[in-house]
Design a protein around this ligand. Structure first.
Ligand SMILES: *Cc1c(COP(=O)(O)O)cnc(C)c1O
Length: 313
């Protein structure tokens, strides 16, 4: 087990405004590679890789502003391992190098920008090319979406000192969600674990979490789980898809920043936090409940989000 111990802090002013007992787990402040949940996942994935054999080159994929790609590129650079990223979207053509792009470019990683439908093919082709040259290639799944990545979140739950009634966070590909759910159950807790979808619609998102959860729990078959309430994946707050947000939500996020002194971005943590606030205000989560919001990062997405000033009045 690898303990990272991000801190938990109470959000007094926000809790008072919402009539709730709310704390926040600061994975946005994990002390490596600019933080966020991709640090936890990739630390585990990387450890497993290098224990086998240190690769010559790491390949992975993601969006142009992928937090996962940034963490992989920085981790590889630190170790002196080459990195090849296959990203979908466009390279940033503005006068500024924003968010994750700055870090990705700084490492000197090779980057291919392709259409989403060409990612798998591009990765496979490039891998063969490198292997022909006798190089040892490690392909890390996009988003760090793997059982090893999810295990990092089982261990992360061990860091908590108290059992919350609710844990709420931004859920994307599902490994973080599966890990937290499994971690809660392995501690024998009754906590309700609610992932707020930042992009996927209900059915697909829920299935993705369930699949990796089942695979993950398969590796813990010696443990009997008494309490499995099912995966709670909430797709009511996607705001129309990945990276999409409204004027209203940016205004609400800037209010949140003022109430907490913490950065919330409109792509991940902020979107999830707005979902949580709505669940509290609409009574889905009762007043005075003990809630832990798990901040999974996103500061660099905030830095590269478009039209923020236009939205803030
Ligand atoms: C990737 C990411 C998530 C979602 O994590 P998954 O394990 O893919 O569900 C949440 N927040 C941030 C900041 C992320 O980068």
């Amino acid at each position: 087990m690898m303990l990272m111990n991000s801190q938990v802090q109470k959000l007094y002013r926000l809790g008072h405004a919402l009539g709730i007992d709310i704390s926040i787990k600061r994975d946005d402040l994990l002390p490596m590679y600019m933080g966020g949940n991709k640090v936890r996942k990739n630390k585990y994935i990387f450890k497993e890789l290098v224990e086998e054999k240190i690769p010559d080159i790491i390949m992975t994929n993601g969006g142009a502003e992928s937090n996962h790609a940034r963490v992989c590129a920085l981790m590889a650079a630190e170790w002196g391992i080459d990195c090849h990223l296959v990203l979908h979207g466009e390279p940033d053509d503005s006068d500024y190098l924003h968010g994750n792009q700055f870090f990705i470019q700084s490492t000197g990683a090779v980057v291919d920008y392709v259409a989403p439908s060409c990612i798998a093919e591009t990765l496979a082709k490039q891998k063969v090319e490198y292997e022909k040259k006798g190089l040892n290639v490690a392909v890390i799944p996009g988003g760090g979406h793997s059982v090893t990545g999810a295990k990092a979140y089982i261990d992360a739950v061990v860091e908590l000192h108290e059992e919350p009634e609710y844990i709420v966070f931004a859920s994307g590909t599902g490994a973080t969600h599966a890990g937290i759910q499994a971690g809660v159950e392995l501690r024998g807790w009754k906590t309700r674990v609610i992932g707020i979808s930042i992009a996927r619609e209900q059915l697909r998102g829920q299935q993705a979490v369930e699949e990796i959860y089942n695979e993950l729990m398969g590796t813990y078959s010696d443990k009997t789980i008494e309490q499995y309430a099912g995966i709670e994946f909430n797709a009511d707050y996607t705001q129309g898809g990945y990276g999409k947000y409204s004027r209203y939500s940016i205004q609400k996020l800037s209010w949140l920043v003022g109430k907490t002194g913490i950065a919330f971005d409109p792509v991940y943590s902020g979107k999830a936090m707005l979902g949580l606030i709505n669940m509290i205000e609409s009574g889905c989560i009762p007043r005075n409940a003990k809630v832990l919001f798990w901040h999974t990062g996103g500061l660099l997405n905030l830095q590269s989000a478009k039209k923020l000033s236009f939205f803030i009045e």
